[in-house]
Design a protein around this ligand. Structure first.
Ligand SMILES: Cc1cc2nc3c(=O)[nH]c(=O)nc-3n(C[C@H](O)[C@H](O)[C@H](O)COP(=O)(O)OP(=O)(O)OC[C@H]3O[C@@H](n4cnc5c(N)ncnc54)[C@H](O)[C@@H]3O)c2cc1C
Length: 321
């Protein structure tokens, strides 16, 4: 018996987009090994109707206070229990902050191969192979997962969502929640109301040192709002206190992969590129034609962001409309 299990990650009572992406990738792995696609859902009975079109044949559920707050140990115990029941050999998560943490706990528990921040899966490879960026995105490593069990964490916004015909997956309650907790989430600090998370945004407008300060970020926020996108930032902008850390993109910030990334007043350091290099289309606005980002962008505009961005907004609006 074999199979694929996807962890249904939720945020504020909603299924995270990367979970839907993982379901699509999981369905392809399951088809390649001719095995069922299952899911594990914690305290999420209300979400079951939304899971009917993601291709799961079984959903393992675990409910109760033990699953209310994220715990690497408790969640990994439950996923391992679902793996035991189903005989699953592949476990998929989204490479979010929690998904990365859970993947590591689960892999340690199962003595499984672990690949985090995966951007490609070679579905027909035996053993399964995945591709992930290494050395701050300078290289792509093709990794062969040779152990029997494999834990794979997918970079958000890379894999397509493939919805399936509506179905009613079988529900299987898990008896879990007894793992010893060595690290406890005490407090979750909510982002300000209406602030979009860069990790899952399809459009990101980012500002760097070139914005010159918090007032300069207004032009960035304005463009992001117009395009329905999120606001990103370089580390310099965050370190200067112009914008909160949750917006930082890069090696020590968030890794993003939007359809459109607009870098304004950002030089394009290796560390920044590590966080946005897999964006599908990059536009750079910079006064310096020789800034590294200009060579990496699909579309490079040489000019002062305070003059260019408002014009860009008007032009992009025509396309978006
Ligand atoms: C271990 C480590 C981890 C790091 N992690 C990260 C990370 O996660 N994310 C990150 O971003 N950085 C990270 N850094 C920092 C990184 O090395 C760079 O210092 C940083 O990315 C530079 O930010 P910046 O592009 O905003 O600033 P700068 O490099 O100073 O570039 C500013 C750019 O703005 C342009 N400019 C100036 N005025 C204007 C204007 N009016 N209009 C248009 N363009 C203008 C300039 O020509 C310049 O290219 C890390 C560094 C280290 C050592």
């Amino acid at each position: 018996m074999a199979g694929v299990i996807v962890w249904i990650e939720t945020s504020e009572g909603k299924i995270r987009k990367v979970t839907r992406e993982a379901a699509g990738a999981g369905a392809k792995i399951a088809a390649a090994i001719n095995a069922p696609l299952c899911a594990v859902l914690f305290n999420g009975k209300d979400l079951l109707p939304e899971l009917g079109n993601l291709g799961f044949s079984k959903i393992y559920t675990a409910d109760g206070p033990a699953f209310e707050k994220y715990s690497g140990e408790v969640y990994a115990e439950a996923l391992a229990a679902a793996g035991e029941l189903s005989g699953a050999e592949v476990f998929l998560t989204g490479a979010t902050a929690l998904g990365r943490d859970l993947s590591a706990s689960l892999a340690a528990r199962l003595d499984a191969a672990l690949a985090i921040d995966v951007t490609e899966i070679i579905y027909d490879a035996k053993p399964l192979k995945v591709v992930r960026p290494v050395y701050s995105g300078k290289l792509l490593a093709e990794v062969e997962l040779t152990s029997e069990k494999k834990v794979i964490s997918l970079r958000p916004n890379v894999f397509p969502i493939t919805e399936k015909p509506a179905a009613s997956p079988e529900l299987v309650p898990l008896s879990a929640g007894t793992a010893a907790i060595r690290a406890e989430v005490r407090k979750a600090i909510k982002a300000a109301e209406g602030v979009m998370d860069v990790a899952e945004a399809t459009i990101i407008v980012s500002g760097g040192r070139g914005t010159g300060g918090p007032a300069g970020f207004k032009v960035i926020e304005d463009l992001a709002k117009t395009l329905g996108g999120a606001v990103g930032a370089s580390r310099v902008a965050v370190d200067e206190g112009w914008i909160e850390y949750s917006h930082q993109v890069g090696q020590t910030g968030k890794v993003v992969s939007p359809v459109l990334y607009i870098a304004c007043g950002i030089s394009g350091s290796t560390q920044h590129f590590a966080g946005m290099g897999t964006s599908k289309f990059i536009i750079a606005v910079n006064t310096d034609p020789d800034a590294p980002i200009m060579g990496k962008a699909d579309f490079a505009i040489v000019g002062d962001l305070f003059k260019v961005v408002p014009v860009l907004k008007e032009e992009l609006l025509k396309v978006v409309k």
